[in-house]
Ligand binder design. Sequence first.
Ligand SMILES: Cc1cc2nc3c(=O)[nH]c(=O)nc-3n(C[C@H](O)[C@H](O)[C@H](O)COP(=O)(O)O)c2cc1C
Length: 194
Amino acid sequence: MSDTRPRILVFAGSAREDSFNKRLARLMAQRIDALGGQATFVDLRDFPMPIYDGDLEAGEGLPEHASRLKRMFMEHQGLAIASPEYNGFITPLLKNTIDWVSRPDGDLGALEPYQHKVAAIVGASPGGLGGLRALPLLRQLLSNIGVTVLPDQLAVGGAGSAFHEDGSLADEGKAKALDNICQRLVTTLARSSQ
Ligand SMILES: Cc1cc2nc3c(=O)[nH]c(=O)nc-3n(C[C@H](O)[C@H](O)[C@H](O)COP(=O)(O)O)c2cc1C
């Protein structure tokens, strides 16, 4: 029998080895799997690409990693993104990745990887607000390109002490909130594929 669990691509907007947002993304992937989805975690460090440049695109098309990631987007129904906050905004890495993936590539149309997608967005920061200011901006960006973003979101503040060694969240309320978001993402996608 074929696997009907919704496939969800999970990543963080940080390349940093010890990134709090990668920790949060990995935790989301684990919780999605536990709650009936099928998560694929990707580390954007493994998909290096230049800053978007129209001349580069006109001359060479999409960089190899952008093309590969675009095809991975196509193989998943959902997105789960952990976004850091830089100066109240999302990171250049996250914006650049979303921009490259939004460009046409051979048989794949510009916004095809985003159409009919459902996304959950969360963030983590060592600061008290947990990167809360970046989330509405990420929400708007994703909505602009056809992604339905779940209303629930989570910002994990004080990220330096927010995680247990095993990667789980120390705060029970936050752990529960993350589970609720992951569950809602899985359930929404499962319903929409019926
Ligand atoms: C350029 C820059 C701007 C930043 N601006 C903010 C900010 O506006 N709000 C915030 O909470 N943290 C800010 N930070 C701190 C980041 O939250 C912190 O570096 C965090 O660890 C980045 O996420 P990561 O751990 O996933 O790499 C900023 C960091 C950098 C490098």
